[in-house]
Design a protein around this ligand. Structure first.
Ligand code: GLU
Length: 563
């Protein structure tokens, strides 16, 4: 095979890996992909490794949006393969009326970045579109200016890209106000809505008493002119509301003539100048209808809205989509409330939207959780209507399946103590980068007499340790003062002496490393080679998986991912 072909294969593998994992791949991963698909290149391992680096640089130079486009154009089967494993995992129950394809949507409010709760709606709808084929609409629901954070438009987009959703089109509701106004006019003409100018408190009392307000019986003509007065600013904020005619005798007062449009002048909307805004139930129905949405998967907290929305469908004579309402999901251990997060960020309690104590997707990403793990964990939860609490353990188990086969292993020594080992010759330890994958190679640690050992392992009852991949060390105690001496290389001897096998670092060749967990930081040291793993998840042996977050002059900062 010509060099050009090999270059091409490597480029496409690197590109597929980057699209799938949302970052630039490691050379080892790309080489591994090529070698397993094309064993004929195995004898040319050196050349393949060198060309892999070129391919990775070429991919790194492409923006992430363009990566998807290029992969789809040049190797559509490789793009599809990224999702193939989900399609074959039929974890979700069938949807009725879906065989001909579906149109579904994910409809977040741009009030902050997305969190695990959003991921459930986003991934379930996405999975169904992938299962049945069809369109997947991202609908930005920004018609409540009180709940819009101008930065969130971008944050939401980034979070969606991270999740790898198969969005086919995006609409933003604030750009569609004329459509809603037009439908409102039609609904008034049909007698399905009216303009209510009652004082809010007064309306509430009437509603509780199952009594119509005086506005309900106005003629269509009167209502149309009142509607115009809402739009032309004759009515000011709070002076008029459009209400949907429902059932005043409905046992649930919240169903009775609920509001569909209101006037709001402050805060101003960051994207449009408007005086009249649709409320959620109206804009959701309008768009589900106009965009041809066939199936809606959303939380049980929307059941009352589904009931309200049905009135609007009935007035218009529109077909109602198929709904599924999944149960509530409690998420413990992280902060999820957008206002609480924002306050904490402003006050300096949190470092930003990706502070690892938050439940945002970007916080998970920062900790080294892969989008596929989030996806698989959410799919495993499914669309059942039982209320559950989110299992972090399941998420971690899913993530481990992804990172364990590829994460390089390193030594991290927490709270290090310095130990001079008497009687040992200089020695080079070769430790495997990955115990399950010899092709990943080894790392070398040069012993020159003095090592760093984990402080909490060196306690007076410990009289022998084995430094992993090196040799055994005897510890003699004089009161609280240990002395260390060489005790041979025999692993069986170490085992017989029940010597703990511990991590160590050459004192002359280590870097400071702070390991940050949700509970706080652990200071220590790690192998210098960790500096080359910036942005990746590695395993600190016996500690767990960690994501290398920052590499600077003062050392390495890593986030704890999970055991
Ligand atoms: N924007 C609504 C929300 O985030 C979703 C509306 C819906 O799913 O119908 O709660």
């Amino acid at each position: 095979m010509a060099g050009e072909d090999l270059r091409d294969i490597l480029f496409l593998c690197a590109l597929q890996n980057a699209v799938k994992h949302g970052g630039v791949p490691q050379a080892g991963a790309v080489v591994g992909m090529v070698m397993s698909a094309h064993p004929e290149f195995r004898p040319r391992a050196k050349e393949v490794a060198a060309l892999a680096k070129e391919a990775i640089s070429a991919v790194a130079a492409i923006s992430s949006d363009n990566r998807v486009a290029q992969l789809q154009a040049r190797a559509p089967e490789m793009y599809d393969a990224i999702y193939a494993k989900h399609e074959h995992r039929k974890v979700l129950p069938d949807l009725e009326f879906a065989e001909q394809g579906v149109v579904m949507r994910f409809a977040p409010n741009p009030s902050g970045p997305l969190h695990i709760g959003h991921a459930r709606a986003a991934v379930l709808n996405d999975a169904y579109v992938k299962q049945y084929g069809g369109r997947y609409i991202l609908r930005i629901e920004d018609t409540d200016p009180k709940r819009v954070d101008p930065d969130a438009y971008e944050l939401v987009k980034e979070d969606i890209a991270w999740m790898g959703l198969g969005i086919t089109e995006t609409v933003t509701q604030s750009e569609r106000l004329p459509l809603y106004y037009n439908l409102c006019r039609q609904l008034i003409e049909k007698g399905g809505a009216y303009v209510c100018t009652c004082d809010n408190e007064h309306f509430k009392e009437l509603k509780q008493a199952k009594t119509a307000c005086p506005c309900r019986d106005k003629s269509v003509g009167q209502n149309l002119s009142l509607w115009e007065k809402m739009l032309d600013h004759t009515f000011k904020e709070g002076e008029a509301t459009v209400r949907i005619k429902t059932d005043l005798l409905h046992p649930d007062p919240a169903m009775r003539d609920f509001p569909a449009f209101r006037i709001l002048d402050s805060p101003p909307h960051p994207k449009v100048q408007a005086h009249v805004y649709p409320l959620m139930n109206f804009s959701v129905v309008a768009d589900d209808h106009l965009l041809g949405v066939t199936h809606v998967i959303r939380g049980k907290d929307h059941i009352a809205n589904t009931r309200r929305q049905r009135y609007i469908y009935d007035h218009f004579g529109w077909k109602v989509p198929v709904y599924r309402h999944y149960g509530r999901m409690g998420i413990e251990g992280v902060v999820l409330s957008t206002s609480q997060m924002r306050r904490g960020i402003n006050e300096g309690t949190y470092t930003g939207w990706d502070d690892i104590r938050l439940g945002t997707l970007r916080a998970l990403a920062r900790r080294g959780i892969s989008p596929d793990a989030v996806r698989n964990a959410v799919l495993a939860i499914g669309i059942g209507d039982t209320d559950i609490s989110f299992s972090w353990d399941n998420l971690y188990a899913e993530n481990k399946k992804i990172v364990d086969p590829v994460a390089n292993r390193y030594f991290f020594v927490p709270d290090p103590v310095t130990a001079q080992v008497a009687g040992a010759q200089p020695h080079t330890a070769h430790a495997m980068l990955h115990p399950g994958d010899p092709s990943a190679g080894t790392r070398t640690l040069a012993f020159e007499g003095t090592v760093l050992l984990p402080g909490r392992e060196i306690t007076p009852e410990v009289t022998m340790v084995r430094l992993k991949d090196l040799f055994n060390v005897k510890i003699a105690w004089n009161g609280n003062i240990p002395t260390f001496s060489y005790a041979g290389e025999s692993l069986p001897e170490a085992r017989a002496a029940k010597a703990p096998i511990i991590q160590w670092l050459p004192a002359q060749d280590s870097v400071n490393c702070t390991l940050l967990t949700q509970e706080g930081g652990i200071s220590g040291a790690c192998e210098p080679a960790v500096k080359q793993e910036l942005g990746r998840v590695v395993q600190f042996e016996r500690v767990g998986f960690v994501k290398i977050d920052t590499v600077g002059n003062d050392g390495v900062k890593a986030y704890f991912t999970h055991k």
